[in-house]
Design a protein around this ligand. Sequence first.
Ligand code: PMP
Length: 462
Amino acid sequence: MRDVETFLKHLYQEYEDQYPRSRAAHEEAKRLLVDGVSHGARLFAPFPFRITAARGPYVKELGGAQIIDYWQGHYANILGHNPPVIVEALQAELERGFGLQTGIPDEGQTAFAATLAKATGAEKVRLTTSGTLATMYAIMLARAFTGRNAVLKVGGGWHGANPLALKGVARTAEGFTAVDSTGLPKSAEEEILVTRFNDVEALEEVFRRRGEEIACFIFEPCPGGGGFIPATKAFMGAARELTRRYGALLILDEVITGFRFCASGVQRLYGVQADLSTFGKIIGGGMPVSAVVGRADVLERASESVPKRVWFNGGTFAAHPLSVRAGQAMLDYLIAHEDTLYPALAAKGDWLRRNIERVFADRGILARCTGDDAEAIPAGGSLGWVNFPLREDVPLTAPEDVTDPSVCDVALREKALKIGLLLEGVNVVHGLGAISLEHSEEVLARTLEAYDAFAKRLSREG
Ligand code: PMP
């Protein structure tokens, strides 16, 4: 086992020396903002750097450093930061004196819903503002539609801080079993069931035991908190078949995977159609919009005309004009360039994942990138985690594997690699993150140099 703690101490000291203005700004922020941030994923030790600008693959740190960024707006910015195609669309909208919320329907919403429905094969669409709300409403719809209460999810699956899925998110000593938050209704404990991702037998077993109670099975095709490991074809197929057989709904949470692998949900590449799907992130083009899309008979439960309707309603900023405009510009671009854009992204992802493993191997360090599975998604992809398995032969097939310190060196990935790469001017999440179209060959090559510098250092000091 490496002595990550001593190594980390050195890295933290250098990071503090390299980014003193961010350190001071973080101290200031902490006085008022809880932990100095507005989202837990933006916080890391010893302090998050702060930025003044973002363009393409880069963000500019307070002190002026250009940092290559693979976080890219929580993976939303598939065209890089502030892409002209979106910025110009928003400018044009504001110039014609339209863009801030009106609360009155406009034609942009209908056009956006039509684009989304056509791309995803959905019969009906409802827009809201965040992935959290989309998954919460999708689960409410499923519970109402089936008249059942239990929600089945996978360990390590994240659907936002949605009270109906806030169990089995964070790993505890027992695994992914605990309710993650206090302040929730007591029912969360009994009504949220957790199964292991990519484990068909466990899935069959939970349906055998509890199938009649299950309103829906919700999962991410590539869990963002679990290595971006793609669902196997067998798991996806079993999820579809078992939900159908037991009268439950399949909800695919495509907040990350939607429009990331193709100009639709990744479910299209699996040849599966969920009953409901949730989209967010990319579909907003960098602005807040999300959607629940899918079967008309289920979504119609939210209609005013239904006696005992699902209150999928409210939202001052639902279908915000600028968000919808940004989303439209993004979807139009992705759909128009689908044939070239996704293969280009996949090639970048493939090159980087392969070469990261190689630079570590060259220094005698075992690193394994997750985020693709040629059998499940032959098209390849642009997401990645970098894991450091403790043994050569260990399979990384589920969130359990990549988050278990007895399987992978989690501190090395989450802490040391994070800071070590920032010292080289590269910002990663879970070892890598999401590649944008703006990550050019040169940027990827510079990224690889950063990994190599870190690997070299780790082999000497770690
Ligand atoms: N589902 C998934 C798969 C996500 O990755 C996220 C956000 N990381 C959410 C839901 C929640 O989305 P939001 O942060 O927009 O509420």
